[in-house]
Design a protein around this ligand. Structure first.
Ligand SMILES: [Ca+2]
Length: 192
């Protein structure tokens, strides 16, 4: 009888170990899927509803932003206005992870344009570059190309352009005059 009791409890503990093991496997798979989902740029569920759900819209859930990539080429000022009309703004890149996200996206699109307008300008005060959301570029991340930005003769170049085939380095360009490039708008993700 005693032996039977031991055998039974052994069987019970083996099956509960088995259950635990499967439980762990399941938990691991679920948390892995959760991580995948949390970083999935094609999950557009929290992007503002008026934005078209095309492959040119991507979401960065880690910092709650949606990015709309525009192939059409405009001046910096027009691009700024177009983003604003849609309730967003030209993209701001205050952190390295934002630059990496944008670069990964441009690579995945095989973006056919080299120049992409970003939302930095020194039009208010020469060589004092600011994001259009107000922060000074010099206070945070930046990725200027060699010798950029510059203020040569008359300092006409007041707007920032990302050249993605140059490792995503930034250059200063004229905001308005015969300078048409693609651009990226950004929009805050809606709260869950
Ligand atoms: Ca300037």
């Amino acid at each position: 009888m005693a032996n039977f009791g031991v055998g039974e409890s052994l069987t019970t503990s083996a099956s509960s170990m088995w259950t635990m093991w499967w439980g762990l496997v399941l938990l691991t798979i679920m948390s892995f899927l959760q991580v995948l989902n949390a970083s999935d740029p094609t999950d557009l569920s929290r992007c503002p509803p008026h934005l078209a759900r095309t492959r040119y819209l991507r979401a960065a859930h880690d910092w709650d932003m949606c990015y709309e990539f525009h192939l059409e080429e405009r001046t910096w000022r027009t691009a700024l206005t177009l983003c604003g009309r849609r309730g967003g703004t030209l993209v701001t890149i205050q952190e390295a992870r934002i630059q990496s996200f944008l670069m990964r996206s441009l690579v995945s699109y095989r973006w056919p344009r080299n120049g992409v307008w970003i939302g930095a300008t020194d039009k208010d005060e020469e060589m004092k570059w600011k994001w259009i959301t107000g922060e000074l570029v010099s206070d945070g991340y930046s990725k200027w190309g060699r010798g950029q930005p510059s203020c040569g003769f008359l300092c006409f170049e007041d707007c920032a352009l990302l050249r993605w085939r140059e490792g995503g380095r930034w250059h200063d360009y004229r905001c308005n005059w015969l300078e048409d490039y693609s651009f990226i708008c950004q929009f805050g993700e809606l709260k869950e």
